[in-house]
Design a protein around this ligand. Structure first.
Ligand code: NAD
Ligand code: ZN
Ligand code: ZN
Length: 339
């Protein structure tokens, strides 16, 4: 067999085309993975629509939450073999020698490649993965269930660490989508108290199920006033929402000295009140996925039974419907494509 089915972006802003493409061959340091499942991240939608200042170049295959079995190994791969279960990641590779890579910030490497963006990803029956950056899937893990950990999980886990919130403190999770519903679970597992903000009651219901103590529907009430009134402001806010409004609101939700971490990446800007930021001593930071070590830790939380993604399985043929539903905010939890 030399060809496979894949969902390809041939032109930014157009529907993906499910077509036959050649199965790639693993080069030095790479493994060829036969996919079993892949999560669909909102980033895949941003990629296909060309939403961001740095755009991907079509044709390309999106997807960076893929899980499958290694079926071929390139030269020089020493610690993975045929039959091992691995995943791909947004951080498909980094240079390993720059200042960022040397100081534990490989996620900031300027030479990095990104899964499903600058290199082909997991929306196909096979994919190539750099063996050094392949996520190691623990034995016995259900591929569809663990797939969302590979981007949503590691991203929010790292984001929560960057929030510096300590056990017993409050964190607001703003946006209870693919990332956010998993963030509620990591936050609980890390001993934090959770307030959830979204614009849809079904999403808030999911947050409640996972242990959020305070729920705010930003469509019905002012989320800044609600969070200040209900918990006196939060020690930290993690924004995973896909609307710029949520970013400005986050600044109003923290207590003095609080930290706001941005994970969400909607195109656009938001107003940032200088006076409040200075006088309240706020920290605002961006956080992008996680390092390989963050990934191993995020997977370990999952492996210990602390994280249960809400997963709905669909087929690759349905990818355009899934992306449409994601755009309209109609997906609760994560959609995973099963192969
Ligand atoms: P998603 O579509 O599953 O979830 C987005 C959620 O935001 C939905 O629940 C939606 O109802 C909610 N929302 C929309 N407007 C809102 C508002 N005004 N206030 C509060 N909530 C609102 O998307 P996802 O897969 O969870 O991804 C979320 C964002 O994170 C995307 O922009 C994605 O590109 C980005 N992302 C960033 C990283 C990173 O490393 N920083 C990693 C993965 C994804
Ligand atoms: Zn992602
Ligand atoms: Zn580097």
């Amino acid at each position: 067999m030399t060809s496979m089915q894949a969902a390809v972006v041939n032109k930014l802003g157009e529907k993906l085309s499910v077509e036959e493409v050649e199965i790639p061959k693993p080069g030095p340091g790479e493994v060829l993975v036969k996919l079993v499942a892949t999560g669909v991240c909102h980033t895949d939608l941003h990629a296909a629509e060309g939403d961001w200042p740095v755009q991907p170049s079509p044709p390309f295959i999106p997807g960076h939450e893929g899980v499958g079995e290694i079926v071929a190994v390139g030269d020089g791969v020493t610690d993975l073999q045929v039959g091992d279960m691995v995943g791909n990641a947004w951080l498909a590779s980094a240079c390993g020698v720059c200042e960022y890579c040397r100081t534990g910030w490989e996620t900031l490497c300027e030479q990095q490649q990104n899964g499903g963006y600058s290199v082909d990803g997991s929306f196909g029956q096979y994919m190539l993965v750099d063996a050094r950056f392949a996520a190691r899937i623990p034995e016995g893990a259900d591929p569809a269930d663990i797939a969302p950990i590979l981007c949503a999980g590691v991203t929010v886990y790292k984001g929560l660490k960057m929030s510096e919130a300590r056990p017993g403190q409050w964190v607001v999770i703003s946006g209870i989508g693919g990332l956010g519903h998993i963030a509620v679970q990591y936050a609980k597992a890390m001993g934090l108290r959770v307030a959830a903000v979204d614009i849809a009651d079904e999403k808030l219901e999911l947050a409640r199920k996972y242990g959020a103590e305070v729920l705010v529907n930003a469509r019905n009430e002012d989320p800044v006033e609600a969070i200040q009134a209900k918990i006196g402001g939060s020690h930290a806010v993690l924004v995973t929402a896909v609307h710029p409004d949520a970013f400005g609101q986050a600044i109003g939700m923290v207590r003095r000295g609080g930290t706001i971490v941005f994970n969400g990446l909607p195109p656009g800007n938001f107003p940032a009140p200088i006076f409040d930021i200075v006088l309240k001593g706020l920290t605002i930071r961006g956080s992008i996925v996680g390092t390989r070590q963050d990934m191993a830790e995020a997977i370990d939380f999952y492996d210990r039974g602390l994280i249960h993604p809400n997963v709905t399985t669909r087929s690759l043929e349905e990818i355009n419907d899934v992306l449409d539903e994601l755009k309209q905010g109609r997906i609760d939890g994560r959609v995973v494509i099963g192969y």
